[in-house]
Design a protein around this ligand. Structure first.
Ligand SMILES: [Zn+2]
Length: 190
């Protein structure tokens, strides 16, 4: 893997890798894809470093970590939402003013019609053979943004519901409620 990283000349990309690796644990192909997707989103939407952005990841695998560390869009600060469709895809939008219900966003995905030109990467993506991360990342470095497809879309901003806290009538623990319910989620499910 060190060999692969040595091929990288772009200091900005190296710095991003240095930040993502300790957070994710190693340079996984998916984490690298997350970095490239972040850079596409940043360029197309024109947001700045440290600017608040919102991300919907269509997979739990790897990609969220790149956005959590590079954009600070985390699960805990509600910047990161994961809808697990098992897709290498993200939707990103910038912060909007209060009361604005729609934002310009971008949806980016790793396009299988485009990865075909890169056999190792494609085999990794389609899971047809065991491809070491260094081989898949080597091809991603060659491809750059060539293997992604994206479109700008309107993202609906969810209306913030007012938060109310109740003590569950069954277990006696407090929970955030969304309506008239008197039991917490745990007690409702059992
Ligand atoms: Zn309860």
């Amino acid at each position: 893997m060190d060999e692969t990283i040595k091929q990288i000349k772009d200091p900005k990309l190296l710095l991003q890798i240095e930040r993502v690796v300790p957070f994710h644990g190693y340079l996984a192909t998916g984490a690298f894809i997350g970095i490239q997707m972040f850079n596409i989103a940043k360029r197309v939407l024109g947001f700045q470093d440290k600017e608040r952005i919102y991300v919907t990841c269509e997979t739990y695998n790897c990609i969220p970590d790149a956005f959590q560390i590079l954009a600070g869009a985390t699960i805990g600060n509600n910047g990161m939402w994961i809808v697990d469709f098992g897709k290498m895809a993200v939707v990103v939008n910038r912060q909007v003013l209060a009361d604005v219900t729609s934002a310009r966003g971008i949806r980016i995905y790793l396009d299988p019609a485009k990865t075909e030109k890169y056999p190792k990467l494609h085999a990794w993506y389609m899971n047809t053979e065991k491809v070491p991360h260094k081989d898949a990342i080597s091809e991603l470095l060659k491809a750059g943004e060539d293997v992604y497809s994206y479109e700008t879309i309107d993202v609906t901003i969810p209306v913030k519901s007012t938060k109310c806290v109740k003590v569950c009538e069954q277990c006696g623990e407090s929970f955030v409620c969304h309506g008239e319910e008197v039991l917490c989620g745990t007690c409702t499910d059992t």
